[in-house]
Design a protein around this ligand. Structure first.
Ligand code: IVH
Length: 737
């Protein structure tokens, strides 16, 4: 495979994997089977190994930040992790008890009743009391090694207290509290990123998807409730286990009941259902377990689940109400999204008057019409959603919802034309309607809010309401105009109405002024991201910011032109290939001519790869190049740049050509004692060095931390020097002095 082909394939795989992750972890509606997903990841990892110059620090194969989990290392459980049989009704629960009674020849059986935490199952291994590994359930017999991420959980002890077994697998649930879920979603809302639908998806997405630095920013929690392999066997019953877990210093379930007989079980479930409203995390049921270990053993298990335990699931709280209307919101990119306006109804602790409807397709699929009686669901702090309608009780004349007609073909905010567009997985997915007017007030406010969000320029205090007000009153058109708003104007900004004024205040205004001054000095990558250039996300912005000095350089970027040129050559190469299916060779002479042409094209492509495109990751592909160049040359793009110039703001790229590590290539492996992977990489790049994903004879140093993987072996085999963090810091300093 040529590097050009590999680059294309890598880009395709990354897109495919990103989409699968998005669907599985955030939307809970996967399209790829686990097998296909794993195969794509493995192929990507193989290609990145073969073409280290195409490896990217943020590739999905590396995302967790430790190479032991690169593409997820699969680890076998010593004892299989089973699932549980479920029931939603009392009769089935009583039947479960009757079955066990018959099997064990008595009916006064002792049980524990525990909350069923709505997170994801994980198995922790402790050896001689030391935490060594965390593995997800995976397929039951083997799971993904998520040790590095699990180490970010503060409540998880690295050592068990007191006497511990030589080797023990402890099972539990990783989850995220409602509070943390709300915090993260609020941050994402400010950045106009898609919200997580529920804490479970967020927890699952966090433990498996992001780099460990990002994981550490999100507070994962854990509760332990079970045991797998244990050597020597020490536990006599489930209630004994609960006590031991606690004595070892492990976080356990908030409360459990040790009861005898099924009536007492049922009473405990009732109590739990009452209490769980006050829990900080989501519970979706009660787990009923036979207490005695010997009885558990006697009852045994099927392939899937133990016969000695059952999950009694609580039905999620729902309510019925009337759909009064569907309003349309316009986001920063101009996408129109429908919102359900409901007859207010009390549900799960609050009054609900609005719910998400996601997009037009979903409204059609669920056959939801204005005037319908609808069922809505809300669990804890989760965003309320419309589950379904009741067409049988539909008022006469209720018509199918059509977004275009609902807004009379115009943007509901600015009145300009809307167009049907394909949207990527990041937003509504599928097809959507988009307001075409860059100067639409909703888009302006959206961009301003985004500009100020944490991940952009971090000008705290300019959230949705303030941004909308500044735009509405004409103080801001483009985000940089924020710099021209005097502090007095900010201080006296009325966020309420004329009758009920709510003034922004001097303190808040001063904070904004201070934050916008700090932002002046932020690097090009932050500014590029903050200005909402189409198709330029955080990663792409970072890559571009490391390869360009200024906006002016980016606007004329030889690199982006080279990306486009290469895409052209690759397309031509495909078309001219003698074996091309779409364009078969017409004769032997034609074949020969094309063979020669292709060889020349390959050379040209290779020259680009070795020249201007050396080390450029697949994230910077033709789509990004096209839209970046187009945007910076467009009227709004030029206007933004000229405003920055007038303000004296000239963000600098973090380009480094010479430094202590010039000409040196590093490979990182394992967890470093203090530096995050990202930080170490940053230091290497800033000192002019390169970071590669795999060890070869050309590698200058392998920077290894705890639990270093196969790269360490490879380094030793090739005689590449291996250094630790302390040595790394010394090298950095010695070179600099
Ligand atoms: S015991 C062999 N106890 O629910 C018994 N599971 O639907 C295995 N869960 O895979 C599980 N809280 O992820 C058990 N107190 C609890 C639980 C619990 C949540 C989860 C766990 C399990 C799933 C089954």
């Amino acid at each position: 495979m040529t590097p050009a082909r590999a680059q294309q394939r890598i880009a395709d795989l990354r897109t495919q994997i990103a989409r699968a992750d998005e669907l599985y972890y955030k939307r809970a509606k996967p399209e790829l089977s686990d097998f296909e997903y794993d195969a794509a990841k493995r192929e990507l990892a193989d290609l990145e190994e073969k073409f280290p110059q195409l490896a990217a620090a943020d590739s999905p194969t590396l995302r967790i930040g430790d190479d032991r989990v690169q593409g997820f290392v699969e680890v076998a459980h010593r004892q299989k992790m089973l699932s549980l049989d479920n029931t939603y009704n009392e009769a089935e629960l009583r039947a479960f008890h009757a079955r066990l009674g018959k099997l064990l020849g008595r009916d006064d059986l002792a049980y524990t009743v525990e909350p069923k935490i709505d997170g994801l199952a994980v198995s922790l291994t402790y050896e001689d009391g030391k935490f060594v590994r965390a593995v997800t359930r995976g397929k039951g017999d083997r799971g993904d090694d998520v040790t590095v991420n699990a180490r970010t959980i503060h409540s998880l002890p690295a050592k068990l207290r007191g006497a511990a077994p030589r080797l023990v697998e402890i099972r539990g649930e990783i989850y995220i509290t409602f509070e943390e879920f709300k915090r993260i979603n609020a941050e994402r809302a400010a950045a106009e990123e898609e919200l997580y639908a529920n804490p479970r998806n967020l927890a699952a997405g966090t433990i498996k998807q992001l780099d460990s630095a990002e994981v550490a920013r999100r507070k994962l929690e854990i509760a332990l409730y079970g045991m797998g392999y244990c050597e020597p066997e020490v536990v006599e019953s489930q209630s004994d286990l609960q006590k031991r877990l606690k004595a070892w210093g492990l976080p356990v379930v908030e409360k459990y009941w040790a009861v005898r007989g099924i009536d007492a079980v049922w009473a405990a479930i009732g109590e739990l259902d009452h209490l769980r409203a006050g829990f900080a995390y989501g519970t979706d049921g009660a787990v009923v377990k036979l207490d005695d270990r010997d009885q558990q053993r006697e009852a045994g298990a099927t392939d899937k689940a133990p016969r000695w335990a059952i999950a009694y699931k609580f039905k999620p709280e729902t309510a019925r109400t009337r759909l009064l209307g569907i309003t349309i919101q316009v986001g920063k990119t101009g996408i129109l999204s429908p919102v359900a306006e409901l007859e207010p109804v009390f549900l799960a602790g609050s009054t609900i008057a609005r719910a998400t409807l996601h997009n037009e397709d979903e409204i059609r699929r669920k056959d939801i019409r204005v005037g319908d009686l609808v069922e809505i669901e809300k669990a804890g702090e989760v965003i309320p959603a419309v589950l379904r309608s009741f067409p049988a009780e539909r008022p006469a004349g209720a018509t199918e919802f059509n977004l275009f007609d609902a807004v009379s073909g115009k943007c509901p905010v600015c009145g300009s034309k809307i167009a049907r567009i394909e949207v990527a997985a990041e937003e509504a997915e599928g097809v959507a309607w988009k307001c075409q007017n860059y100067d639409c007030a909703a888009q302006r406010a959206g961009r301003l809010g985004f500009f100020c969000s944490r991940r952009a320029l971090a000008i705290d205090g300019v959230g949705g309401v303030v941004a909308a007000k500044l735009v509405e009153l004409g103080h801001v058109e483009d985000p940089p105009d924020l710099y021209d708003v005097p502090v007095e104007t900010l201080a006296t900004l009325n966020l309420g109405t004329a009758d009920e004024p709510r003034v922004f205040g001097e303190k808040n205004a001063t904070k904004i002024v201070a934050a916008r001054d700090v932002a002046r000095g932020l690097p090009l990558e932050k500014w590029l991201y903050a200005l909402s250039v189409p198709d330029v996300g955080e990663t792409t912005a970072r890559e571009l910011g490391r390869r360009h000095r200024t906006f002016a350089e980016l606007a004329a970027s030889p690199l982006l032109h080279a990306v486009l040129k290469k895409a052209e050559l690759v397309a031509q190469r495909e078309w001219e290939a003698p074996a091309s299916r779409k364009n078969p060779a017409k004769s032997e002479a034609d074949k020969a001519r094309r063979k020669e042409l292709c060889a020349r094209l390959d050379e040209e492509i290779a020259a680009l790869d070795a020249g201007p495109l050396a080390g450029v990751p697949a994230d910077v592909g033709p789509a990004v190049a096209q839209s970046t160049l187009e945007f910076l040359a467009s009227v709004p793009g030029k206007r933004l740049l000229s405003k920055l110039r007038k303000l004296g703001i000239d963000p600098q790229g973090t380009v480094v050509t010479a430094g202590v590590f010039s000409g040196k290539t590093f490979v990182l492996t394992g967890t470093l004692p203090t530096l995050k992977r990202e930080e170490a990489e940053q230091k290497i790049l800033a000192a002019g060095g390169k970071v590669s994903g795999s060890v070869s004879k050309k590698t200058s140093y392998v920077l290894a931390g705890e639990e270093a993987g196969s790269k360490l072996d490879k380094a030793q085999e090739l005689g590449v020097p291996v250094i630790d963090e302390a040595k790394f810091e010394r090298l950095l300093r010695s070179g600099a002095s």
